[in-house]
Design a protein around this ligand. Structure first.
Ligand SMILES: [Zn+2]
Length: 370
């Protein structure tokens, strides 16, 4: 009896403690931690707001991980995954941007079925929190640590082993979206290429067979060149990688001692000089070139119709001479062997446009993947 009575008192005591906790703790939270807690809740809530579909539970292993959900956008026959990484108080992705993205995908002739394992994430790099993960239909993917190039270039393509790729777009570079997104979509296409198709691409772009597909130097990475070619084919924005037809970066329209249109680096100058000799036999120098022997006439000369015609003919020769083009690409790919060619900066750059056979090649790949 005595034991039972004690038990009852203990129960009352425990009840009072629990009741006290129920009243005291919420009070403390509401006073001391209100701002902080509401901020955290808001943050997660905002991330949930970006979702239309929730793919399973957010069973993250790291306790401080935060899941970024994807929204499935359905627009004019296109269906794609979209997400954002931003501050809690940032507005969700608006309809204009959704329409803009759809338009870019459409203009890039991008095969609809390839959108099923791809997401586009708009990123504010300042708002990334540690251990953040993207919740995708194929499982969670870690948000990569972006390097400073992302701030200027504005895009990154990540292929993940679970066969789900993510295109990250820098929200602060959204004005470059057309070029950036088309380039990144090109990376998703390039992942589907067969070895035969890569060999054909190398040939079309005058890339030496032994050049590794992925290189640290963006400008001479064939994989990046494919994305740039894809971009140019659908946006006409210039190719920035150093393949295809290379032209001299050091053009000198005319000099005191005569004329020079391409100032060739020392390594390829013998080839260029021999071409020039042949060219001069077939194309007499314009009168305006012969009479201009001081700096004051160079500007009007450069704009004269006679000179432009002459210059165009010379460019045709240098563009299509395989020996000269091979020499130039060799210098570009093996900078360490030809330091004297790089004294005035990178001696050659891409002509910036893609020729018709390469555009046709891209079209054929898309047809195959459609
Ligand atoms: Zn790229």
């Amino acid at each position: 009896m005595k034991i039972k009575k004690n038990n009852f008192i203990i129960k009352i005591f425990l009840f009072l403690i629990i009741l006290g906790n129920l009243i005291v703790w919420p009070y403390l939270f509401s006073q001391e931690f209100q701002n902080r807690i509401s901020m955290l809740l808001d943050y997660d809530f905002n991330k949930l707001l970006t979702t239309g579909n929730l793919f399973g539970r957010n069973d993250l292993t790291k306790s401080n991980s935060v899941g970024i959900n994807l929204q499935q956008i359905n627009n004019v026959g296109y269906s794609f995954y979209l997400g954002q990484i931003d501050y809690s108080n940032s507005p969700p992705i608006g309809d204009d941007l959704k329409n803009n993205i759809t338009q870019i995908i459409y203009k890039a002739d991008f095969p609809k079925r390839l959108l099923s394992n791809l997401a586009i994430i708009i990123v504010n790099t300042l708002a990334i929190t540690p251990n953040e993960q993207i919740i995708t239909p194929n499982g969670n993917i870690n948000v990569p640590s972006f390097n400073p190039n992302f701030l200027t270039e504005g895009g990154e393509y990540n292929y993940n082993p679970n066969n789900f790729s993510i295109i990250y777009i820098n929200s602060k570079k959204i004005d470059l979206l057309s070029g950036t997104l088309t380039h990144e979509l090109g990376h998703h296409i390039s992942r589907q290429l067969t070895n035969e198709e890569w060999a054909k691409f190398y040939q079309l772009r005058n890339i030496p067979n032994d050049a590794p597909r992925f290189l640290q130097n963006w400008y001479i990475s064939p994989n990046e060149d494919f994305a740039e070619v894809y971009k140019n084919s659908f946006t006409n924005l210039p190719v920035k990688t150093y393949f295809g037809i290379l032209e001299s970066s050091h053009k000198e329209i005319i000099g005191m001692s005569g004329y020079t249109m391409d100032q060739e680096g020392p390594t390829c100058s013998n080839i260029s000089n021999a071409l020039r000799e042949n060219f001069d036999k077939l194309h007499p120098k314009p009168k305006s070139v012969l009479t201009c022997n001081n700096g004051s006439c160079t500007e009007s000369l450069a704009n004269s119709e006679e000179f432009m015609k002459y210059s165009k003919a010379w460019n045709e020769i240098t563009d299509h001479d395989a020996t000269l083009q091979n020499c130039r690409i060799n210098v570009i790919l093996h900078q360490e062997k030809y330091p004297q060619d790089f004294q005035g900066g990178t001696p050659y750059h891409s002509k910036g446009i893609v020729d018709q056979p390469t555009k046709d090649f891209i079209k054929n790949i898309i047809t195959r993947l459609d």
